[in-house]
Design a protein around this ligand. Sequence first.
Ligand code: 8X3
Length: 253
Amino acid sequence: MENIVFITGASNGIGEACARKFAAQGYNLILNARSVDKLQQIKNELTEKYNIQALVLPFDVRNRSEIVQALESLPVEWKNISILINNAGLVIGVDKEFEGNLDEWDIVIDTNIKGLLAMTRLLVPGMLERAKGHIINIGSIAGEAAYPGGSVYCATKAAVKALSDGLRIDLVDTPLRVTNIKPGMVETNFSVVRYRGDKQTADNFYKGIQPLTGDDVAETVYFAASVPAHVQIAEVLIMPTNQATGTISYKKQ
Ligand code: 8X3
């Protein structure tokens, strides 16, 4: 099978929006997240709507043996992956660096850095063999500079930038491309997880400003994937019109 895109964290937010966008453009999907149900629902919806195939591949990107097992279990027709969207990522809490919960930070670091790195390490060799591939990492404006309450999350997204830049260097003599998409404020379940399930606080965060949607980001991801093969969109910083930096935005009272 041709035109296979592998999306981690595909069960909601930017990952789900990417699944919808790429399906609409005729891509076949490998949909990954930790739980099966939502992925199955997305698969059913998109394979009914579009002339594509989709494979649900649940695993936790923090668990390396689960990743290896899942990739080894891929039917041969699904191995020809042309795009990897390293989207799985999260933040828990807005604590100061000297006050937060180390166990929560392990989850954030293991998902945002080590999970992304493992997926890259395991899928890029196949892309190299086939001389075709695009790794699209979902970074963040948080990787540009630290902001209050974001210390560890910002560090992980700075790491995503370094891993993207490093991979681009390592692949410079190949046809493979590496893109780091760095969104600012996007209204998804992401903020609810950041505020440990407090939906009210998450909603309040977007009061007075029109945030990006997952679809807005997916449009940019798809753009990066769809430019001619000799063009490499290295980075895109994308934010709401009324946001200027990770810390400066304008919210109507
Ligand atoms: C999430 C965007 O603005 O919360 O990556 O740092 S922000």
